[in-house]
Design a protein around this ligand. Structure first.
Ligand SMILES: [Zn+2]
Length: 190
C-alpha cells in the first residue's frame, strides 16, 4: 500500500531494479505477496504497487479469474516460496466483466472467461449502482473466496495464519488500489 501511495503521488522509488540486486536474486526469490490480477495492459502489478524484481509473484489473466493452472501457480507461491499474502486485484472498466454483462455470443475460447465471471454478475444484478463496477468488485471477492475453498494448500495456510487472501480494486483514473475485504489486522500499512 505504501508503494501504491508512491505511485498515486507520482513519486515512485522504482526499488530493486539495480544490477547488484538482480544478481542477488539469481539463486533465490522471496516475494512479499502474490497478485492475481487482470491481463489488462493498464494494470501492471509491479508498477501499480511500485515494486521491483523479486518483490511480487504475479499471475495475470483476463478478468482475474481462477482455474486449475492459476490455482497451481498460487499454490507454488504459498507452498514453495512462503508467500503470506494473495491479492485478487480487479480494476475499473474491466473488459472481461463488461463482455460478460453484455452476454453476446463469444467466439472460440472466450466463453471460458465469461462462464467464470457470470456468477459475480448474477449476484449483483439487482443491486443499486453501476452494474459493471459492482460486478468487478464482486468478481474479485468471489475469486478470493474460491481460492480459499478450492485449494487445500491455501486453506491450510490461512487456517494456521501463514496466509491472508484479500480482494482489491484498482481505479484506472486515480491509480489507487482499495482493498474490498481487508481483515482488521491488515488495516495499517505495515
Ligand atoms: Zn480486466
Amino acid at each position: 500500500m505504501a508503494g501504491n501511495a508512491r505511485f498515486v503521488e507520482m513519486h515512485p522509488s522504482h526499488p530493486h531494479q539495480d544490477p547488484a540486486y538482480l544478481r542477488s536474486l539469481v539463486q533465490r526469490q522471496k516475494p512479499i505477496a502474490a497478485i492475481l490480477g487482470c491481463a489488462d495492459s493498464r494494470v501492471p502489478a509491479e508498477l501499480v504497487f511500485d515494486q521491483g524484481f523479486g518483490d511480487l509473484f504475479v499471475v495475470r489473466v483476463a478478468g482475474n479469474v481462477m482455474d486449475e493452472v492459476v490455482l497451481a501457480s498460487l499454490e507454488f507461491a504459498v507452498g514453495s516460496l512462503g508467500v503470506g499474502l494473495i491479492v485478487v486485484l480487479g480494476h475499473s472498466r474491466c473488459g472481461a466483466v463488461g463482455a460478460t454483462i453484455k452476454a453476446e455470443a463469444l467466439p472460440s475460447h472466450l466463453p471460458e472467461l465469461s462462464r467464470r465471471i457470470q456468477p459475480a454478475v448474477d449476484r449483483v444484478r439487482d443491486e443499486p449502482g453501476d452494474l459493471l463496477e459492482n460486478a468487478i468488485r464482486m468478481n474479485a471477492k468471489m475469486v478470493a473466496e474460491q481460492l480459499r475453498e478450492q485449494s487445500e494448500i491455501l486453506r491450510e495456510a490461512v487456517e494456521v495464519r501463514a496466509l491472508k487472501i484479500v480482494s482489491a480494486y484498482y481505479d484506472l483514473q486515480s491509480g489507487e488500489v482499495k482493498f474490498l475485504d481487508l481483515p482488521a489486522d491488515l488495516t495499517s500499512n505495515e
